[in-house]
Design a binder for this molecule. Structure first.
Ligand code: ADP
Ligand code: MG
Length: 332
């Protein structure tokens, strides 16, 4: 691990709502991703975690420019990809791939595995037919499928096998970065660890960098080096995995962690049950977006939004309990 491969700065993705009924100044927007910044080191697995609807997929897709960000910078491998022309971006795509959550809808049901794997190679003009066949054979091997699978269609596979095909497709152009968007959420628990192990083996073999998206903290525990926790379009905490699990700071992270099953029956962590629903990102609370559900809410939280700040080396938290002169005393 060394230089950041990816630097995301002030990334925003807003979706306009109800265009016809509002004048420009009144127009409502869904702030799906609302000013997030982080960097990912070469060879690292960076987790992006938060409840459904908090903006994880939108973040993953906008940083790859699969959807256009509203604003912000994404520096990847030395280039700001938000400034690239469509053709330059197409070239860069080889280096940045995505594995989708639903392995069924993400594979074209009309195409054989052979065609699914060959298509990106053809689009990017990789090799002749024989060379492409060599690449496809290797891909099918490394994801643990067999050559007899190549002539089959996606519906003939189990969920776990389909996700292996999705991973093979993402690998076909030898990317540097893979955004894995909840790659095991749709799979049976018994299959999840197989796919996670496969991703880890591939990372080692090909020197990959991952952004691993998940909706809870149990899945990312084994695979991630650092983890960012998102709430309502913003990052509320970033820390090294071990720090985040041992000494979480943000009340939301604590609540998420208290929901992770504890394998040791003698340890009974205090379960924090969050009150209320997640507010809509079209109408996020003023001040700290989490204040409506926070068990430790203070007056300041209702009016002033806490910035993501370093609380100790390598640990960033956006919470008033950790900012200000007497933060240490207030810290929970
Ligand atoms: P997650 O992946 O964390 O579940 P998403 O990134 O899919 O969350 O969505 C974040 C928020 O943005 C949600 O409130 C969702 O409804 C909204 N959203 C996502 N895509 C669109 C879109 N194309 N138009 C409007 N709102 C959207
Ligand atoms: Mg999602």
């Amino acid at each position: 691990m060394s230089e950041p491969l990816l630097q995301v700065e002030h990334l925003k993705k807003y979706y306009p709502l109800g265009k016809r009924w509002f004048t420009k100044s009144q127009q409502q927007v869904v702030k799906a991703v609302d000013d997030i910044s982080f960097s990912v080191l070469q060879g690292e697995t960076f987790g992006l975690v938060g409840e459904s609807g908090c903006g994880k997929s939108t973040a993953g897709r906008s940083l790859l420019r699969l959807i256009e960000p509203t604003s912000g910078k994404v520096r990847f491998d030395g280039q700001d990809i938000t400034l690239l022309s469509p053709e330059a971006l197409r070239q860069k795509r080889k280096d940045m791939q995505i594995v989708f959550q639903d392995p069924f809808s993400s594979l074209d049901p009309r195409h054989t595995v052979q065609r699914i794997l060959e298509e990106p190679l053809i689009v990017h003009g990789v090799g002749n037919a024989k060379e492409r066949q060599g690449i496809i054979s290797r891909l099918i091997d490394v994801v643990g499928l067999t050559h007899s699978h190549l002539q089959r269609y996606p519906h003939q596979f189990s969920g776990g096998q389909r996700q292996r095909i999705g991973i093979a497709r993402a690998l076909s152009l030898q990317p540097k970065l893979i955004v894995a968007d909840e790659p095991v959420s749709a799979l049976d628990v018994s299959i999840q660890s197989q796919v996670i192990n496969l991703l880890q083996d591939l990372q080692e073999e090909f020197g990959l960098t991952y952004i691993f998206i998940a909706h809870d903290l149990s899945v990312v525990k084994h695979i991630c080096d650092r983890i960012a926790v998102m709430y309502l379009g913003r990052i509320v905490e970033i820390a090294d995995k071990n720090k985040l699990y041992a000494t979480p700071q943000h009340p939301y992270t604590k609540a998420l962690l208290s929901a992770v099953p504890e394998p040791d029956p003698d340890i009974k962590p205090q379960r924090i049950i969050l009150q209320g629903e997640v507010p809509s990102p079209a109408n996020a609370p003023v001040g700290c977006a989490f204040h409506t559900r926070c068990p430790w809410v203070m007056d300041i939280c209702r009016s002033m939004r806490p910035e993501l700040m370093q609380t100790e080396p390598g640990h960033l938290t956006a919470c008033h309990l950790f900012s200000g002169p007497d933060a240490g005393e207030k810290a929970i």
